[in-house]
Design a protein around this ligand. Structure first.
Ligand code: PMP
Length: 286
């Protein structure tokens, strides 16, 4: 079955879903996106994703293409038309179609809105049973990583390099030797004294929607949340390590640059945080 894709007001078979070559996202990477997970046909943390979308659009002075209620209706209609039980809805907003120019087109330019679904197993994953290996690479992305833009070339290059080194993913490291985040996820370690250490929110990292929930749930579990960040040697000495993102939830990291983390196998604390996060997501999905 070919997917039904949403483009600027129309639900179309994917082969007919098209955007102009003059779209600013195609020419300048001038667009933002969100990925919302679908469990049991319902949307996980939809309000959080919409809050971040509005923030990204505001930072770039792109006009919101629709209201939150309209975007919710489109998400639900796509889930229904594509009979999606488990997977993701991808949403992209671009500044729209204009003659190529570094200056933004007039503020009343109509933004382009595209959404599509992707069926995907998110609950049962080999990576969760096995744990991920990561390779560390320099974080040479631009300075506004808090804006969720479609400029994903360096994360893509970093993931390719990680694969070439035999790892599953990349952890990016700043010039002071501190981990910022993963190529497409937030990064954490758990220390022997039950601290969960991660990077503080700033322009250096994406403000993960999953991060917000997991940090809250972990604090309720009695963990101390330490947002001071960590170095690569600190990560290698941790008891456990993990990543979070909308589609990977909480997934264990078991080795860093070939050194095992803890026992080198998925740990009990990470497993429990994953279970709690999934239970909460199933309870609150809309
Ligand atoms: N950091 C980066 C760089 C990402 O691309 C993502 C996934 N979009 C995340 C963190 C995790 O964010 P979320 O939990 O909202 O998916």
């Amino acid at each position: 079955m070919s997917r039904i894709v949403y483009v600027d007001g129309a639900y179309l078979p994917e082969a007919d879903a098209k955007v102009s070559v003059f779209d600013r996202a195609f020419l300048m990477g001038d667009g933002v996106y969100e990925v919302t997970t679908v469990l049991e046909g319902r949307l996980v943390d939809f309000a959080g994703h919409m809050r971040r979308l509005i923030r990204s659009l505001t930072e770039l002075a792109i006009r919101p293409p629709a209201t939150e209620e309209e975007l919710l209706a489109i998400h639900r209609e796509l889930v229904r038309r594509n009979e999606l039980d488990e997977g993701i809805v991808y949403l992209q907003v671009t500044r729209g179609v204009a003659d190529r120019d570094f200056l933004y087109p007039p503020a009343d330019t109509r933004p382009t809105l595209v959404l599509f679904t992707q069926k995907m197993a998110v609950l049962e994953r080999e990576s969760v049973r096995r744990g991920l290996s990561v390779a560390t690479l320099p974080d040479i992305r631009w300075g506004r990583r808090d804006i969720k833009t479609v400029q994903l070339l360096y994360p893509s290059m970093a993931k390719m390099e990680a694969k070439a080194r035999g790892a599953d993913d990349a952890w990016l490291v700043d010039t002071e030797g501190r981990v910022t985040e993963g190529s497409s996820n937030n990064a954490y370690i758990i220390t022997p004294d039950r601290r969960i250490v991660t990077r503080r929110l700033s322009q250096d990292i994406l403000h993960g929607i999953t991060r917000a929930s997991v940090v809250r749930l972990a604090a309720e579990e009695g963990y101390t949340i330490d947002e001071g960040g960590f170095t690569v040697p600190e990560a290698k000495a941790a008891t456990e390590a993990f990543i979070t993102s909308a589609s990977s939830f909480v997934t264990p990291v078991v080795s860093i640059d070939g050194s095992p983390v803890g026992t080198g196998t998925p740990g009990e604390a990470t497993r429990r945080l994953r279970d709690i996060y999934i239970a909460e997501s199933l309870r609150t999905a809309i």
